[in-house]
Design a protein. Structure first.
Ligand SMILES: [Zn+2]
Length: 321
């Protein structure tokens, strides 16, 4: 029996244009999960950090190049035309990951790759020197204010200044933990306006925004509009957020994309982690991310979904306005 599938229709439509844009990934960790590692996947986050550090220490530039090449090839196979990947640069990995990423980009055809620095070990320390010396290797400035715990505001100041000095866009991990305790999206909006970075800043995740009451969300949406801030949602990345007894407005553990769009804000999608110790089953197929997004936020408008999957991705990467 023949039937019509709106999802197949949507995906075919995406493939008939530019193809998917994966606006947020960590390709330097992709495909690092192994059968022996599977028993560690439920360990505490801090134990995973140690494991990831051990992997970073032992891998060579060539290992990174081959791993990222595989990830780029797989993205092409899934029909992704552009990918923006964060790449670790810190005192543990040094420049091995970014040097490998640049080699991989040269070796793979059929996909445009952009690299953003992942400041996993904070930048209010000696790591800032490493970043200064190697900033020319990155296309976009990437930031993780949570890595400088208690000094998130100073972290954003330093990264915004660096973005301005080097004329780069800034992608910032914010509000990842799905808790009303976090207000990082608001902070990022304020800092964007303060630094005159309107239209150059992208908030990655902003999940905790959905954990706040409506009046606060509405206020932040207005601020984001003033800051001309864009968003990237990674639908499967935090959908596994642990059950909590905290009372908060009912919502799915995902960026409130439906509300952002209603307020005229630009939203793109990313895969985040692929087959690593954090997300062993995640395969980086952007059609899966799109499906999760449309289900979790109940967005059924085909043009809107296509825009999220393609054009808005090109916008957050600075390819189109
Ligand atoms: Zn990320």
């Amino acid at each position: 029996m023949r039937f019509w599938s709106p999802f197949e229709d949507l995906v075919a439509d995406v493939h008939s244009t530019e193809g998917f844009v994966n606006s947020h990934a960590h390709l330097d960790r992709a495909y690092t999960v192994s059968p022996t590692m599977m028993k560690l996947t439920k360990n505490h986050l801090h134990e995973k950090w140690k494991l990831v550090d051990d992997i970073k220490r032992s891998r060579t530039v060539d290992d990174y190049a081959r791993g990222i090449e595989l990830a780029l090839d797989m993205q092409t196979w899934y029909g992704t035309s552009h990918v923006c990947s964060f790449i670790d640069i810190d005192d543990v990995v040094g420049t091995k990951a970014i040097d490998g990423a640049l080699i991989a980009r040269e070796n793979v055809d059929g996909i445009d790759a952009f690299f953003a620095c992942q400041t996993l070990k904070g930048i209010l320390n000696e790591n800032i020197e490493l970043l200064h010396e190697n900033i020319h290797k990155f296309d976009i400035l990437g930031s993780l204010p949570g890595a400088d715990k208690g000094q998130e505001s100073e972290h954003i100041d330093v990264m915004m200044q660096l973005a301005k000095d080097n004329d780069l866009m800034l992608h910032v991990h914010v509000d990842q933990l799905n808790t009303p305790d976090e207000k990082e999206t608001e902070l990022l909006c304020r800092k964007t306006i303060q630094h005159g970075m309107e239209g150059r800043v992208v908030a990655v995740h902003s999940i905790s925004l959905a954990a706040h009451k409506k009046s606060y969300r509405e206020e932040v949406y207005r601020m984001a509009k003033d800051a001309d801030m864009m968003f990237v949602s990674c639908p499967t990345a935090w959908i596994d957020h642990p059950r909590s007894e905290t009372l908060m407005p009912f919502h799915n553990a995902i960026t409130p994309v439906d509300e952002l769009i209603q307020h005229g804000l630009t939203v793109a999608i990313g895969s985040d982690n692929i087959h690593d110790v954090y997300k062993p089953y995640a395969d980086g197929d952007m059609s899966v991310e799109l499906r999760f997004l449309l289900e979790a936020c109940k967005i059924y408008d085909k043009d809107m979904l296509k825009n999220i999957a393609v054009d808005n991705g090109l916008r957050v990467c600075g390819i189109i306005n």
